[in-house]
Design a binder for this molecule. Structure first.
Ligand code: HEM
Length: 501
């Protein structure tokens, strides 16, 4: 009861609905499999033993305890307690399903790499799958996932020429569809906000359009329609060019470049670079359907939007709370600015590569904040690890948070200390030991990881070189339903005075 009172009643309702739906699904699956398993294995042979743990209360399992912990600034005791009692691999019952929870970097690595190799597969709650669309990269599996994932990787390597685009969403839209910020982008973003709100709401039926989920479904339709329109127009333009025998944009640009002519509408000269829509139109021999392309674009916008902007905000918060780190960071960026002719001269790749302390700040923010606290998978065959057997069909949660905040892997693990990343080897060592995985790993390694780093670096550059700021009021982090600051971290910003004034 105490726990129930701590949790918002709306969330309790969400959970109950989710739990009931999931239980039904689990019951059907179990019946099909025709066998039961107990936590810890009881009298079973050692080979069939599930990691020890507790499945908590009937129906809700340990979900309410988890949520209550994640709604505080310090959710670690939830994991610490269980690791102490059962070890780094333990069984729990969250979000309606028995789940093997891993705080073990070795197991996490096995799971991340195990997808597509007959060991595990990606697994999202159905409410989120519906909003993402069935063809979303995040839900796709098998060879098509592999091909489209690598398509994303090549297209998302950003050039800092685009640095003027400070806002993540606008930058992503520009990358994907080549649109500059404007009315269209802004109205698309408004619908996106509604869509993302729906991720953590009760998945009521669509006719209840006044609910958060109903509004999200409506927003999804609008976003999908806007994206479909873009794809159709681009398809038509491409077809017209082909039937008229005209050269593609790429050839036109190359020809103009040879003649020393300006090549883009903005008057700026640059090499033609295909955007994501162009890539999608040509991918799979031009066979992708409009729906597949819409889901693909939508997922990219969703995946990059919340994550990057939250890390930006939290980096600023951690820097504000750690003035010596802010001073060092500012020094690094002032030095870069001092080499420029004027305030407006854009950054280039070599500038980005001369921001070592900025990268330390970003790594440490990613480590401490854990925007993606871990990922869910489902075992598609029995997985054997350190004497345990995770049976086929079992849900697995590889917790990045538990590893990132484990004192065994990081000294003073729960303190923001960007200096720990200084020196070239620190990141490499943590990466190869599997103890730093903010962007996941294996075949689903985040394709936006470099874009995110660049966007955050450029944002910090402009912020610290041009402005100073103070926090308006006390704010704190929470980790449920998503990682964020409770009040959105309001700050008072002033133009920085660099000359005597
Ligand atoms: C700080 C920012 C970011 C963080 C912490 C982050 C983290 C992650 C993580 C952990 C995954 C793996 C999910 C899994 O294994 O199930 C992932 C996947 C993904 N991310 Fe990111 N991400 C960030 C930014 C971005 C950006 C900017 C984009 C694109 C514009 C992006 C696009 C994607 C996509 C499409 C996937 C799915 C890949 C697949 O399933 O094959 N992310 N991200």
């Amino acid at each position: 009861m105490l726990l129930l009172a701590e949790v918002h009643p709306f969330l309790v309702l969400v959970l109950v609905v989710l739990v009931l739906l999931s239980l039904l699904a689990v019951a059907i699956r179990r019946k099909g499999a025709g066998r039961k398993r107990e936590v810890g294995g009881g009298g079973r042979s050692r080979r069939r033993r599930l990691p020890p743990g507790s499945v908590g209360l009937p129906l809700v399992g340990e979900t309410l305890k988890l949520i209550a912990a994640y709604k505080t600034e310090n959710p670690e005791p939830f994991i610490d307690e269980r690791v102490r009692r059962h070890g780094r691999l333990f069984t729990t019952h969250v979000f309606g399903e028995r789940t093997v929870f891993s705080a073990d970097p070795e197991f996490n690595r096995l799971v991340l790499a195990g997808e597509g190799r007959g060991a595990v597969e990606c697994s999202y709650p159905s409410s989120i799958s519906t909003l993402l669309g069935p063809h979303s990269l995040l839900l796709m599996r098998g060879p098509l996932h592999k091909r489209l994932h690598s398509l994303t990787l090549t297209r998302l390597a950003v050039r800092l020429l685009d640095q003027a685009k400070k806002i993540t969403f606008e930058l992503t839209v520009k990358q994907l569809m080549s649109f500059d910020p404007g009315e269209w982008t802004e109205s698309l973003r408004r619908e996106y906000v509604l869509l993302i709100d729906g991720f953590f709401s009760i998945p009521f039926p669509s006719f209840l359009s006044f609910t958060t989920y109903g509004r999200a479904l409506k927003a999804r339709k609008k976003v999908a329609e806007a994206l479909r329109e873009v794809i159709r127009k681009r398809k038509e333009a491409k077809k017209k060019r082909t039937t008229r025998g005209e050269k593609g944009l790429e050839d036109q640009e190359a020809a103009a470049e040879k003649q020393g002519l300006p090549t883009v509408a903005s008057g700026r000269r640059h090499m033609y670079k295909k955007d994501m829509v162009e890539e999608l139109l040509e991918a799979e021999g031009g066979s992708l359907s409009e729906e597949e392309m819409v889901d693909f674009l939508l997922a990219l916008l969703v995946a990059g939007y919340e994550t990057t902007s939250t890390i930006m905000t939290l980096a600023v918060k951690f820097l504000t709370d750690t003035p010596s780190a802010l001073a060092l960071l500012r020094g690094e960026h002032d030095k870069i600015r001092a080499m420029k002719k004027d305030e407006m001269e854009p950054l280039d790749w070599s500038d980005y590569k001369s921001m070592p302390f900025t990268q330390c700040v970003i790594n440490e923010t990613l480590r401490v904040a854990n925007i993606i606290s871990g990922v869910f998978r489902r075992a598609v065959s029995d997985v054997h690890f350190k004497g345990y057997t995770i049976p086929k069909g079992c849900k697995v949660f590889t917790s990045f948070r538990a590893v990132h905040l484990d004192p065994e892997h990081y000294e003073n693990a729960r303190t923001f200390n960007p200096w720990r990343w200084q020196g070239n080897e620190a990141l490499q060592q943590a990466g190869s030991a599997g103890v730093f995985t903010p962007f996941g790993g294996g075949p689903r390694l985040c394709p936006g990881y470099e874009l995110a780093r660049v966007v955050i670096s450029v944002f910090l550059h402009h912020l610290v070189t041009r402005f100073s700021w103070d926090a308006v009021e006390e704010d704190r982090l929470v980790f449920f339903p998503t990682t964020r600051t409770l009040k959105g971290y309001p700050i008072n910003v002033r133009l920085r005075c660099r000359t005597p004034c």
